[in-house]
Design a protein. Structure first.
Lengths: 340, 340
DNA sequence: TCCGTATTTGGAACCGGTTTCAACCCCCTC
DNA sequence: GAGGGGGTTGAAACCGGTTCCAAATACGGA
């Protein structure tokens, strides 16, 4: 019938077919008033005939807004990250923003992720979970007026949602002290890469504070750092349990590691909790199944709050360096008891 | 020193500072040859001074490519979806494409997600996981030449990665039949919404086929459909176990549901596997912990293959209606045994 | 030294929208 | 019937890049 327009219809095609200018089509699309009903009708028909749909890309460039918020998160497939993201998704559900997710598994990918967003035209806001933006990128984002909110990572200048890890360490340790334990070991993780926030460090601090408070000496040989993996935690626990004077309780900085500790105990024939008490951190789904005593941190809620804060900033609210500290809670199950 | 350029530097600013045209700056940025080293140096210095970084948005519009691939997935926080996405992330790791994730929790959000992509300028390719694109959107995407690959959802026209659910149903059922069971019940899920692909249906089919093959009658009262939740599966199992002639084995269409069945058994004091055998489907992490016998489906690999196929299509390869069927595997643990 | 050709370079068009601004039309009032 | 005002409308500038094309420059050989 006519020359093939090849690709999808453009706004100019609609305008031509409707016999109006592109400005009018744009007005109809965006619901601006001041278009005569007759004209509007003609435009709508043309849109329908051509099966036209505006290009989000062009629209975004023109508007200078991306209609998306970026989420940067390391190892997003870990149980705790997924739970946080679930919160983010929920928080963003009603908003007009889409979600662009960036998994970050290395220092290099971290740079790439932040670089992608720092100009501010890729996303209207940024949510960084468990990662600390490099200083230069942070500066750039500030210059681009890109709203940023951090979750589970401390930062001086930016709105932040934090979990009270120190209190969590204290809580776990106090629980064990109150049960009568004196020889309490700690298994944490020391991230090799410096870009991830090490919640473990704060948990260690809580552990130490609480021991001091109880008048118990912090023994060097009882404080160990490995990686987040179950396997490594297992071998660390084996070492601990083979000490001349082994601990009667082990506090692990994550549930995953606590499960590794449980494995080690099983391997050595140590009964839990009769001969060894174990406390984890996180309260992932598996913890309930394993009957693990643990410190529950509000993962879902941290993501939810992060998203809500970001939306507030996007609404124009000025949050500055506002920090929100979410509380933790001890969940006593069946892996802790009095010392032998 | 000079008038504030307010926002981030643009390519024109760089060109002006370097005393060259924008075309030359663009050439330097994109590594095109035919720029004299002296000129290139001048441009690079200007870029450095202005701390310039090109706008991805404008670049994409100009190039007509988004440098991203879209992933649409319902309930992406479910354990199986996460595992699939992990595969996708892995498959995309080396590629130049970023990942835009769309969680879809309702029919309306499904429409929105596909609508977002169907013009082809938001993403260079689309990966639909466990969702079936609406027919009109599929047509539109074809017109826009947007490559699409489906994972865990059947479609006539498009490259697809499928799990052999029928074989999985057969496998689970055969395992129970071989142990000597004759009264085998099935607990599946019947999605209310019609947009999600119901893998459960195929598993039911495998269950029925295998029973017929073994010469066992398919009893109406033994085939139940609920939702995916553990809770609902639990109450269905309670009903089944309270029948005059209860089943000696229950095959659940997912591990989550199998865990609900186990709960029901515990509640009624039925010992597993002595008095009741239970088989699940998926082999999520929890299954290993619960000692659940289950059918392992290659979740991670399905995502990985989907990503790889999409990359192939993006390379220009023509796949058409190519379908890849991934095999399943029985993992026998401790919730199955001979009937009482 | 001069000319021809190969290499560099910048102006301008383009990607597909939004928005400003001035022109236009219509209708009402004096 | 002319003047004035408000509601509609379209041309053109703009968002920030890429790239075509033709002009300008560099360089080799005669």
């Amino acid at each position: 019938m006519e020359g093939l327009p090849s690709g999808p219809a453009r706004i100019a095609d609609v305008a031509a077919l409707a016999g109006v200018g592109v400005a009018t089509v744009s007005r109809v699309l965006n619901g601006h008033a001041s278009v005569r009903p007759v004209t509007r009708q003609r435009v709508l028909e043309a849109i329908d005939v051509l099966d036209y749909r505006p290009s989000a890309l062009a629209r975004n460039l023109s508007l200078g807004r991306a209609h998306a918020i970026g989420v940067v998160v390391p190892f997003f497939t870990s149980a705790s990250a997924v739970e946080r993201i679930r919160g983010v998704v929920t928080g963003l559900a009603g908003s007009p923003y889409d979600l662009a997710l960036f998994d970050v598994e290395s220092e290099e990918r971290r740079m790439r992720a932040f670089r992608l967003f720092d100009r501010g035209d890729r996303a209207d806001g940024l949510l960084a979970i468990s990662v600390i933006p490099p200083a230069n990128e942070a500066a750039r984002m500030r210059k681009a007026r890109l709203p940023v909110v951090l979750v589970d990572a401390p930062y001086d200048d930016l709105p932040t949602v934090l979990i009270d890890d120190v209190a969590g360490g204290e809580l776990a340790t106090r629980h064990l002290v109150e049960l009568g334990h004196r020889r309490i070991a700690f298994v944490g993780d020391k991230p090799r890469d410096d870009f991830r926030f090490a919640a473990s460090r704060d948990r260690t601090r809580g552990y130490e504070l609480e021991l001091e408070r109880a008048g118990i000496e912090v023994r060097r040989e009882f404080v160990r750092e490995g990686t987040l993996s179950r396997h490594v935690a297992r071998s660390i626990a084996l070492e601990l349990l083979r000490l001349g004077e082994p601990p009667t309780a082990i506090f692990a900085a994550s549930d995953t590691q606590a499960l590794g500790v449980l494995e080690a105990a099983r391997e050595l024939g140590k009964r839990v909790p009769e001969e060894l008490s174990v406390v984890g951190f996180d309260d992932v789904e598996l913890a309930a199944y394993a009957g693990l005593t643990t410190v529950r941190q509000p993962l879902f809620e941290s993501g939810l709050r992060g998203a809500q804060l970001l939306l507030q900033v996007l609404e124009g609210e000025e949050l500055g360096a506002y920090t929100e500290l979410l509380p933790v809670e001890l969940v006593a199950r069946s892996t802790t008891g009095p010392p032998p």
